[in-house]
Design a binder for this molecule. Structure first.
Ligand code: SF4
Length: 217
């Protein structure tokens, strides 16, 4: 594993991306509302950030608590969140999660990983986003960008985001955990894109071994 490149790369990317942190979920950290962060995260799964922003806003205008979500008829909820994609599945999950919060957690979003993961529909990435962004806990939420890029850099050799998280926790210095997701999501969207990354304009290309990258620009 090429862990020697971690410090120089983290320094370069932190400098470049932390001041321009504009993604929907990261913006929500500034005035944390755990329920809104949880729901926005569920809406963001396999969706573009612009859509997550638009759909979250529309939904929270109508319902911003578990009580209110439960009362929305499913068809209406599906219509509101339609443009986030996979709307039927997401509507079902959002309703189920809201019901669980009401029934088991007194309408509060729990602040432990175990409790969050005990709710069907909440996976490790969503749990970490909630713990990190809503409750300020020091975790590494690993999404598709945080999984793909460390593999390309040769820091880890993993097949799933869950395995990547376990490995990253061993090798990334703790001081970078909190901002890791914010940095890599922006970097993954702009430069190290899933198909054909922009290696020609990448600020860390000198440190990257481009593992598994067959075509790039
Ligand atoms: S050099 Fe290419 S593969 Fe490596 S991090 Fe940069 S964009 Fe990604």
């Amino acid at each position: 594993m090429k862990t020697k490149t971690i410090s120089p790369i983290m320094r370069i990317l932190s400098k470049k991306y932390l001041s321009s942190d504009k993604t929907t979920l990261n913006r929500m950290r500034k005035t944390p509302n755990a329920f809104k962060i949880l729901i926005a995260c569920l809406l963001s799964l396999r969706a573009r950030d612009e859509n997550t922003k638009k759909v979250s806003k529309q939904l929270f205008k109508v319902a911003d608590t578990p009580e209110k979500i439960i009362k929305i008829p499913t068809k209406k909820l599906e219509k509101i969140i339609f443009s986030s994609g996979h709307y039927k599945k997401k509507a079902k999950t959002i309703k189920h999660v809201s019901g669980e919060l009401l029934g088991r957690f007194n309408s509060k979003v729990p602040n432990t990983r175990e409790e969050l993961l005990s709710i069907k529909g909440i996976g490790p990435k969503t749990a970490n986003i909630v713990l990190g962004f809503a409750y300020g806990q020091v975790v590494i939420p690993v999404d598709t960008h945080c999984h793909r890029i460390p593999n390309r850099l040769g820091w880890v050799k993993t097949k799933t985001a869950e395995k990547t998280e376990i490995e990253l926790l061993k090798i990334i210095p703790k001081k970078y955990w909190k901002e890791f997701n914010a940095i890599f999501v922006q970097f993954g969207r702009e430069i190290c894109q899933p198909i054909s990354p922009w290696c020609s304009k990448c600020p860390i290309s000198n440190h990257c071994s481009k593992e598994g990258v067959s075509q790039h620009r």
